[in-house]
Write a protein that binds this ligand. Sequence first.
Ligand code: C5P
Length: 290
Amino acid sequence: MPGFELAPAKINLALHVRRRREDGYHELETLFAFAADGDLLAAEPAVDLGLTIDGPMAAHLTAGPDNLVLRAARLLAEAAGVKAGAALRLTKILPVASGIGGGSADAAAALRLLNRFWALDWPLDRLAALSEGLGADVPACVHSHALYGKGRGDRLMPVPPGALQGMPLLLVNPGVAVPTGPVFAAWDGIDRGGLDTDMSLAAIRNARNDLQPGAIGLCPVIAHVLDLLLDSEGVLLARMSGSGATCFALFRDGAVQTAAARRIAALHPSWWVRPSTVNQFREPQLLGLS
Ligand code: C5P
């Protein structure tokens, strides 16, 4: 029986960096939200584990053994003692190395999908704990609903999604892949204070992404993306997500969101411009078709 799973785009509504750690990571506080859109992962029965990639962003990554989807699949198979394989197909829609999950969301989707496909029935918390070594954002992506994250971003607490649920969202990436490590390294080391767990628009508007200035220094076009989003009619908030370069904006309604998407796409046809909505309630039973 084939199975399908969505790997929703992750958005850091705010991201406060507090300090550098001895292990090379940074202590942070972040509010995670998720979009209704993302990559798609499918599984068919097979003797061994395998991966093929299609979709508009397929050319930007390889299906080799280091791909996070295969690393996640091997990790789960070993931890659960699964002998069966799976032929996985990733439809890559999200830009790679872009601050909206990408590989982390795909790895998390692989864990959720194979958990069903292999009839393991592990709870999400157990999958999230298993996923910690795959990347700091993978546990949050396993849950894919409104979360407050501390530590590396992997100490998670569910938060009420507030008024953001269903809000029109626009994701814009200027087509530049930005590696996460150098953006964290570009943080100026100044602790500007903690982040509240409040998911209200007012609280999020008062918060920050402390990685944004350093990312703009490395990739100045991000400032242009933000200017275009902030200049749009009906925009409620525009900010970079994660370590960039993707920026997101929240809109008053779908009409102004569509107008902003059309205007930006017309000005910059090579950019990735994706209208979506905030979706804070992942319902696996609706997403999984098997
Ligand atoms: O865990 P992940 O592989 O996604 O992180 C990529 C890089 O981002 C790390 O090697 C580290 O340089 C940086 N990072 C960080 N602090 C975090 C998360 C990531 O410094 N909380």
